[in-house]
Write a protein that binds this ligand. Structure first.
Ligand SMILES: *Cc1c(COP(=O)(O)O)cnc(C)c1O
Length: 404
């Protein structure tokens, strides 16, 4: 039965658990950088499913690769090898410079695996079971218990206490705050090179380098969560590559599958040889032939279509357009970000602007109450950026009406 959009929404609210305050739109199909709702209305997309659809919607080569894998083999147990997983892992090693890959079904699961690997590494060194992890305030690492335990937002953790123990929090870009939390039990420091959900905060080069030096000196593992900022988003395949601060363990997901649920944690050979061993970790679906076909194709298309080079070309234009907007409107306090991961900080909640933009055919999302986050598909053009700015401006209060 075909329903109109409001009927679909009513049915959804009667059946789905209400864990999201959803915007009143039912999305139906996508084409390039545009989405269409069930009433056929077209939207310019500057969210890409929260940094997932890097290659845009309905990419024929990607679709065809998945379709042919559907007819061949969707799933095998991880007790057997499969060709797409082998190819995907080889490609992922090459673009990340890491040595070993474990495929997961989500970002949160990649973080879980990273935490387990770090604890096992420390356990094998001293046989103790009281190791600590240092994570950052305002970080976001996912909603499962391990990932939530290292998420630096007390509001997300509180109703679900107790968390896993021995997590300490420091402030991003404040090296002293990190040093204060280091003890002889510290086994890992975990952070996002650019914080996403927490409000688009890039880590400083000096902060990353100092943490890396401390970690090397004390044999503490550096875990970088590249789930949102990775996969070309900042103009580097992984954001840490900009400063050459290589992690011991890295997580990736979101754009890794461009629409199929897949993530991964990767590690150096040294960590691999001294942490998770046979029987220590597993997953039924993780790394199955279907999702790994997607990963393999995504990485191939990144290369063929020069996605990183394209991001480097268009991102400065997005930055300058957002800077111009900031100059024009007093209610915009700051622009910050890296590449095609940008935030505009407002002096007020942004939900009204985002709702109005949706009515005008532009999909935007927030990061915290007062920040509009821009995570367009990486194939976005300068003309698309102009189009976005025009719509966004039409949704802002006229400047002269603002209080002085
Ligand atoms: C989205 C996100 C996660 C969680 O990924 P899921 O696939 O939603 O579990 C973890 N870390 C970061 C930085 C993220 O942006």
């Amino acid at each position: 039965m075909i329903m109109n959009m409001q009927e679909y929404i009513d049915e959804a609210e009667g059946a789905l658990l209400h864990t999201y305050n959803r915007y009143p739109v039912v999305l139906d199909r996508g084409e390039g950088v545009y989405l269409y709702d069930t009433d056929g209305i077209k939207y310019l997309d500057f969210v890409s499913g929260i940094g997932v659809f890097a290659l845009g919607y309905n990419n024929k080569e990607y679709n065809n690769a998945l379709k042919s894998q559907v007819d061949r083999l969707l799933h095998t147990s991880n007790y057997y090898y499969n060709v797409p997983a082998i190819n995907a892992a080889k490609k992922l090693k090459a673009v990340s410079g890491m040595d070993r890959v474990f495929f997961t079904n989500s970002g949160a699961e990649a973080v879980e695996g990273a935490i387990k690997a770090a604890r096992k590494y420390a356990y094998l060194k001293d046989g103790k079971t009281d190791h600590e992890i240092i994570a950052m305030n305002h970080s976001f690492h996912g909603r499962t218990f391990g990932a939530l335990s290292v998420t630096g937002n007390p509001k997300y953790r509180e109703p679900f206490l107790p968390m896993i123990g021995n997590v300490r929090f420091a402030d991003l870009n404040d090296i002293e705050s990190v040093k204060e939390q280091i003890t002889d039990k510290t086994c890992a420091v975990l952070l996002e090179p650019v914080q996403g959900e927490g409000g688009i905060h890039p880590a400083d080069e000096s902060f990353l380098k100092e943490i890396k030096a401390i970690c090397e000196e004390k044999d503490i593992l550096l875990i970088l969560d590249e789930i949102q900022c990775g996969m070309g988003r900042t103009g580097y395949m992984y954001a840490w590559q900009r400063y050459g601060v290589k992690p011991d363990i890295m997580t990736t997901a979101k754009a890794l599958g461009c629409g199929v649920p897949v993530g991964a944690f990767l590690m150096t050979e040294k960590v691999a040889q001294n942490s998770l061993a046979a029987g220590d970790h597993g997953t039924t679906y993780g790394g199955n032939p279907f999702v790994c076909t997607a990963v393999e194709k995504v990485l191939a298309l990144f290369e063929e279509n020069h996605i990183i080079e394209h991001v480097r070309e268009v991102a400065p234009y997005l930055e300058s357009c957002l800077d111009t907007l900031k100059e024009k409107y007093d209610c915009i306090l700051e622009r910050r970000g890296a590449g095609l991961m940008q935030g505009l900080v407002f002096d007020r909640p942004v939900r009204d602007i985002i709702s109005r933009a949706l009515e005008e055919g532009l999909v935007l999302i927030n990061a915290g109450e007062n920040i509009i986050r821009f995570l367009p598909p990486l194939i976005i053009s300068k003309a698309n950026i102009d189009e976005m700015i025009d719509i966004l401006e039409s949704c802002m209060e006229p400047q002269e009406e603002q209080a002085e």
